[in-house]
Design a protein around this ligand. Structure first.
Ligand SMILES: [Zn+2]
Length: 495
């Protein structure tokens, strides 16, 4: 059931109309669905004496408290559980009951509220948090999935292969529903865990798909193996990436590999999504090969960018932490959810130069708020190291095929200094000595520290260390310092 009868066109509605529509939808959604049916938000709105029906401006809205990961300790409190009596008296329900009988009205409520699917977060450090979907949410998953297809200019007669691991994970299910919603061929292989790299390559070889969808490093791994074993995949048109962020260097390398496999015109399209949104936002495919920002779905969710320290909303075009509020979700619902991700390029409502759509866009790169860590590399004081910067630097460094940063204690002694070790695989034909010099210098420029060790590995070794095909997220940064010491890994907010 849509709360507002008219939903504007995703493609062509001007910003002013969206802003107005979102505010109205927000008010309706909060007053009729979230606050009455969510134990957590009923309590929060009561505690802050906020009536959802009083939210008349974005200033009113800014008084609603944020939700963050630590609030999700009791995930059940975030599930919308309807009050049957209240629901029965809704005009829409009354009408259904009147026209089609009470059984039909009951069916309608079931479809809207009964949880039938679960995905969960894949936090590196925290416990996984389950997010429930109802049939209503799956319909929205079809819609946002279809938009991935539209933004990527896919066609119904294209063949798609979904390489995400079979898992209760948004990425896999979104790709699946993108195929269902768009009505096209989508083969889900389950990724490396299920069939192995060879199994995936054999299937792709048989099917000769137009589009591959998966995690960037796994796709890279598959393409590279395919090329090294003499495959030709001349049908490839898009590589659609999700699950982790994609550096420019990796994009360029993926395009090179596609060219070597016989597909020189392949577009690399990244998506940005997270469990709590129950959707992902795509880049678009147009004339340019450059990244065009992540196209939001303003009818399904409200995105705000805030200063992570003050919590104030930042103006368009300024970097800020991404805060998400769904506008039509059921099942598990979080409001003003702080993702901990920073959109470095800010948000824009300007028409996309690449595809002409007028939906708002998030401009990357996307970094983690909490990736500034304090390291004790000398006796005097802690040094703040921005791991986002390091990641971008290593991803973009020419000549590196894979890398991993390892934090250790000297001699594994908890009382000793911290050490930073860098594990690297060089691209074929690149001299390790040259890479060593370039990497150490840039590492020092970015962080003012020099890695304690630079270790070269074969690609197979490093893939194993990173958990490619084994873990849902690769361990790009591993912390092997003994855990029981205070303040060793204190995490600060970046500005
Ligand atoms: Zn676009």
């Amino acid at each position: 059931m849509k709360l507002l009868r008219h939903t504007p066109d995703w493609n062509a509605t001007p910003p002013e109309a969206w802003r107005e529509w979102q505010l109205t939808q927000l008010r309706e959604y909060l007053s009729r669905r979230v606050v009455p049916f969510s134990a957590h938000y009923r309590r929060v709105f009561e505690e802050h004496s906020i009536q959802p029906s009083d939210i008349r401006s974005y200033e009113d809205w800014s008084r609603v408290p944020f939700t963050s990961k630590k609030d999700l300790a009791n995930p059940r409190d975030f599930v919308l559980v309807p009050d049957e009596t209240a629901l029965r008296h809704e005009p829409g329900m009354l009408l259904t009951a009147l026209l089609h009988g009470r059984a039909a009205a009951k069916e309608k409520a079931e479809a809207e509220f009964r949880p039938i699917l679960l995905t969960s977060t894949t936090g590196r450090s925290s416990d996984p948090v389950p997010f429930l979907y109802t049939k209503h949410d799956l319909e929205n998953l079809n819609i946002s999935g279809t938009r991935l297809m539209l933004a990527g200019r896919s066609q119904r007669d294209f063949k798609h292969v979904n390489l995400f691991p079979y898992a209760p994970h948004l990425a896999f299910w979104l790709a699946h529903h993108a195929g269902l919603g768009f009505g096209t061929f989508m083969l889900s292989t389950g990724g490396g865990k299920t069939l192995g790299t060879d199994g995936n390559i054999r299937l792709i070889d048989k099917i000769q798909p137009d589009i591959l969808i998966g995690m960037p490093t796994f796709i890279y791994h598959v393409l590279r193996e395919a090329y090294e074993t003499g495959r030709q995949w001349p049908n490839l048109k898009r590589l659609v990436l999700g699950g982790e962020k994609v550096a420019d260097g990796l994009r360029a390398r993926l395009r090179e590999l596609a060219t070597l496999l016989g597909s020189p015109d392949t577009h690399v399209m990244a998506t940005y999504g997270f469990t709590e949104a129950k959707m992902a936002f795509p880049e678009c495919v147009g004339q340019s090969l450059d990244a065009s920002g992540y196209h939001l779905s303003p009818d399904l969710g409200l995105v705000e960018l805030i200063n992570p320290e003050t919590g104030d909303v930042v103006p368009d075009g300024h970097p800020g932490e991404i805060v998400f509020t769904p506008l039509d979700a059921r099942g598990t619902v979080v409001v003003r959810y702080r993702t901990g991700d920073i959109a470095e390029g800010g948000m824009t409502w300007e028409k996309c130069p690449n595809c002409g759509r007028t939906c708002p866009r998030l401009l990357g790169p996307i970094s983690r708020v909490s990736e500034v860590r304090e390291l004790h590399v000398d006796k005097l004081k802690g040094t703040l190291v921005n791991f986002n910067l390091l990641e971008h630097l290593l991803d973009d460094q020419k000549g590196i095929a894979a890398w991993q940063i390892e934090l250790r204690k000297r001699h594994d002694d908890p009382l000793e200094m911290d050490e930073v070790h860098l594990h690297v695989t060089a691209e074929p034909g690149v001299r390790e000595s040259e890479l060593e010099l370039a990497v150490s210098r840039r590492f020092h420029e970015a962080t003012e520290i020099t890695p304690n060790g630079l270790h070269f590995h074969t690609l197979a070794e490093l893939r194993d260390q990173l958990g490619v095909g084994r873990l849902l997220k690769e361990e790009k940064i591993v912390d092997h310092r003994p855990k029981n010491q205070p303040a060793a890994a204190s995490v600060a907010l970046s500005s």
